[in-house]
Design a protein around this ligand. Sequence first.
Ligand SMILES: Nc1ncnc2c1ncn2[C@@H]1O[C@H](COP(=O)(O)OP(=O)(O)OP(=O)(O)O)[C@@H](O)[C@H]1O
Ligand SMILES: [Mg+2]
Length: 455
Amino acid sequence: MNRILIVDDELNMRLVLSAMLKKEGYEVAAASNGSEALQILKSGPVAAVITDLKMPQIDGMELLDRVSQKYPNIPVIMITAHGTVATAVEALKKGALDYITKPFELEELKNVVSKAIKTRDLKENELLLPPEEIERGGIIGSSQSTMDIFDAIKRVAPTTTTVLINGETGTGKELVAEAIHRNSPRKNNPLIKINCAAIAETLMESELFGYEKGAFTGAVLTKPGKFELANKGTLFLDEVSEIPRDMQVKLLRVLQEQEFERVGGIKTIKVDVRIIAATNQDLLQSIRKGDFREDLYYRINVFPVNVPPLRNRMNDLLPLVDYFIDKLNRKLELDIRGMDDAVTELLMRHKWPGNIRELENLMERMMLVAKTNVITVREVPSEFLTNLQDNVIAPFSEDNASFKDFMRTHMENVEKQMIIKCLEESGDNVTRAAKQLGISRKGLQLKMIKYNLRK
Ligand SMILES: Nc1ncnc2c1ncn2[C@@H]1O[C@H](COP(=O)(O)OP(=O)(O)OP(=O)(O)O)[C@@H](O)[C@H]1O
Ligand SMILES: [Mg+2]
């Protein structure tokens, strides 16, 4: 039985809330102030706390502080008076799960409380299945970071909690979003994607909410928007930082109330949509710059998933290479078996600013030009080698020792291959080759002696 604790100094409010919640099948405990609430919390299990903000002595904000410290698994919902959204946002920052504004409707209360219960279950769900058991959704990798991502997907997929995926370009954010949807109870309903950066500001509203026939010139038919299409499913808001300011307000409303009107329409449309957002921007910085609404941020950032850049999980590199060789062999009808050690080392030394997408593109390019079924340094594009010199990475955080051995054994081979390539490209012009390698002419000559490359 889920027991909900109501904290309000007004008797009337306590009675109304109790009645509403009991009608929904919850057990209810009520307290008229903060200290009474803390007593009740001590005396038995509580599934969620709903508290008023303004109360004598221990007010809602302080109660929130104490609950999040002592009972971090118990979600807290704030009741605020109309027009105190700033305080409500403050409460969300401090860890409140949500807030409802007086006067509220039964429906709203029901939604918020059932979300709270689900969140609590999520937090308490310690019995994690091994990552192999969730559908991997085409996400390759065995580094700790990738395991953490699987773990996050596993935890959040069964819920309706809003997810914010953060990560550099090409790290696999969209794959993560797909995996969450595919592992969720909504998997047989639509996953609708919208790239907020790709839609003109003027079209955004009709894109998201649809429009009624005659709403504007050219609107000859009524058309549903992405929110309607995603009903009972998931809506993926990609590059969410790019939503224009005035759309952010409208989005906030749908996220809060799960309802909206089509452009040019008066009928309110109710939907049940799970939101997953992604961004490669630092949203906190966008907030500081005034480009992103803080209240929207806290609405979206309920369950953050960070997808680290490839350079911070280089243990994933070789499994990804194998995977792409396989995938591209099929796509391009090739029979590439692998790449030689020198190429492996070059890839290990690269910083991968474009992350996994960059790796996939590079593999495709090298496989297409490979002369045998093994990729060699000859296939490595020269821009890649040039970039490498500015982009050599720092030692890895994971698996440092074995990497050092690896580098020690193979470094010279790489250096030799790079010199051969640069000499070839420059038509054996030592000055030009040295320049491309970023070393002195003299230095190059010494290395040519060392590697027996002098003609
Ligand atoms: N872990 C992974 N395993 C296999 N393929 C991956 C992985 N991560 C990314 N990819 C592939 O890399 C490419 C880029 O991934 P995705 O589009 O998901 O990145 P993104 O983070 O959304 O990038 P952007 O910010 O540029 O939109 C895709 O082709 C995807 O299939
Ligand atoms: Mg993407």
